[in-house]
Design a protein around this ligand. Structure first.
Ligand code: B12
Ligand code: SF4
Ligand code: SF4
Length: 359
């Protein structure tokens, strides 16, 4: 808390500026769904990061293993920081997909990194900057453990699916942080309210949780469809089902969704897309034009087409075969391999009369 520099003409001392309340009011006006304050300290549980990495649970996300000491300790990332202001915006989408193929709720519209950063910048400029405090904005890609920090800031608790669960918005908050040299009284960390529930663990299609509260990312469909480069191991292809990008299974089943509403954030609104076979014919220029400014852009064309082929292999029909046959001549060998796999899957489901019967 800082004292206002405006001098008072009466006998009372100047009123203290209630930074926390002003930040909360401003955040609500800007459309944030949650806000809290954590001290810029190592969050409880951060010590598990090293163990998690030693088990290679990060798969090919090499960037998670780089600077792991820095990632676990916000003070190493920013020595000036005294407080971490954590904000959340719900990404929940309640309408079913318009076309074949599902995209995770957070990725159906514009890139949240941009919209959240923009909102956090407005928050910092309207408050911290006017008080002369420093600020540094972090959304997802900075080396910070956002979930344990958000839990420390009282936004919720890390559930058995490892996600930050908020009592009103469930697991749907997308998180962003502002590191500042201003000292703000920390919020009270929340209790774990998972109790005996195991819905998320039971619902996971790939059994990606070796134990409650721990995720082996190598088995997670969000990792496989977004982060994993190259060919997707065959054991996971049918489990991908109709998921084109990410997976919401362990979010959808959480009982803490009971009060969760559709996101108010317009940038999460789903952008309509053409059918899968149309997108399969796109060259790189068309892909970039269509997906620039969305989370799908960073997949690049190859991984997007790879994912389309898997989904068609799982839910497609003989009508999709011409498009897949064309992709068997794609310049990208991963696309060619997945298109061939998809054709085999469809032909196994719908044997054509001119093919010899399978023995
Ligand atoms: C790497 C990453 C991934 C990886 C790994 C996920 C993971 N659980 O670690 C993959 C690609 C799989 C992924 C998937 C998703 N992600 Co992600 N991801 C991240 C990222 C960049 C880092 C997370 C991290 O530090 N992981 C390392 C592990 C060690 O951290 P942890 O899970 O917090 O570990 C805690 C516990 O699991 C436990 N623990 C861990 N290991 C061990 C070992 C033992 C023995 C014990 C006892 C405990 C224990 O202790 C730790 C500290 O509390 C964050 C952004 C950020 N900078 O934080 C976003 C983030 C976590 N992702 C997010 C989202 C939305 C998703 C998806 C829902 C997207 C989707 N719909 O497809 C899925 C959800 C999958 C899931 N159930 O986690 C959001 C989550 C928001 C929220 N409300 O929680 C974040 C915060 C991004 C953001 N800015 O909003 N993600
Ligand atoms: S996102 Fe899907 S695959 Fe990953 S842990 Fe959750 S349910 Fe399992
Ligand atoms: S589904 Fe159940 S166990 Fe999983 S995070 Fe939600 S409350 Fe916790």
């Amino acid at each position: 808390m800082r004292w206002s520099s405006i001098s008072s003409h009466n006998s009372h001392p100047p009123k203290p500026v209630d930074h926390a309340s002003i930040l909360r009011e401003t955040s609500q006006r800007l459309g944030f769904d949650a806000l809290g304050f954590a001290p810029a300290e190592i969050p409880p549980g951060a010590e598990h990061l090293r163990h998690w990495l030693s088990l290679s649970y990060q798969g090919e996300m090499d960037w998670m293993a780089r600077n792991s000491e820095l990632r676990a300790d916000p003070r190493q990332y920013d020595a000036q920081a005294k407080t971490i202001i954590v904000a959340g915006v719900s990404s929940r989408q309640t309408s079913p997909p318009l076309r074949r193929g599902r995209i995770a709720a957070y990725a159906q519209g514009d890139d949240y990194h941009e919209s959240l950063r923009e909102k956090l910048t407005q928050l910092a400029q309207q408050t911290l900057a006017s008080w002369g405090a420093s600020y540094r904005i972090c959304v997802d890609s900075s080396p910070l453990m956002e979930k344990p920090i958000a839990a420390m800031a009282g936004l919720g608790w890390q559930g058995k699916n490892t996600l930050l669960i908020h009592t009103e918005h469930g697991p749907w908050l997308m998180l962003g942080s502002v590191l500042t040299d201003l000292v703000i009284t920390p919020s009270t960390p929340s209790q774990d309210h998972c109790g005996t529930c195991t819905r998320c663990l039971d619902a996971c299609p790939t059994q990606a949780f070796p134990q409650p509260y721990v995720l082996d990312a190598r088995r997670c469909l969000a990792y496989l469809t977004i982060e994993h480069p190259g060919s997707i191991p065959e054991e996971f292809r049918s489990l991908i089902g109709d998921r084109l990008f990410g997976c919401d299974e362990c979010l959808d089943v959480c009982p803490w969704n009971r009060h969760a509403q559709q996101s108010r954030e317009l940038s999460f609104n789903p952008i309509p897309r053409p059918d899968l076979t149309t997108m399969l014919s796109w060259d790189d220029t068309r892909f970039r034009k269509e997906f620039r400014g969305t989370p799908i852009f960073r997949l690049k064309r190859g991984r997007w087409l790879r994912n389309i082929c898997i989904v068609l292999g799982n839910i497609g029909t003989s009508h999709d075969l011409p498009a897949l046959q064309a992709s068997c001549h794609d310049a990208d060998p991963v696309v060619r391999e997945h298109a061939q796999w998809a054709i085999t899957q469809i032909q196994t489901r719908e044997p054509t009369p001119d093919l010899p019967p399978r023995t």
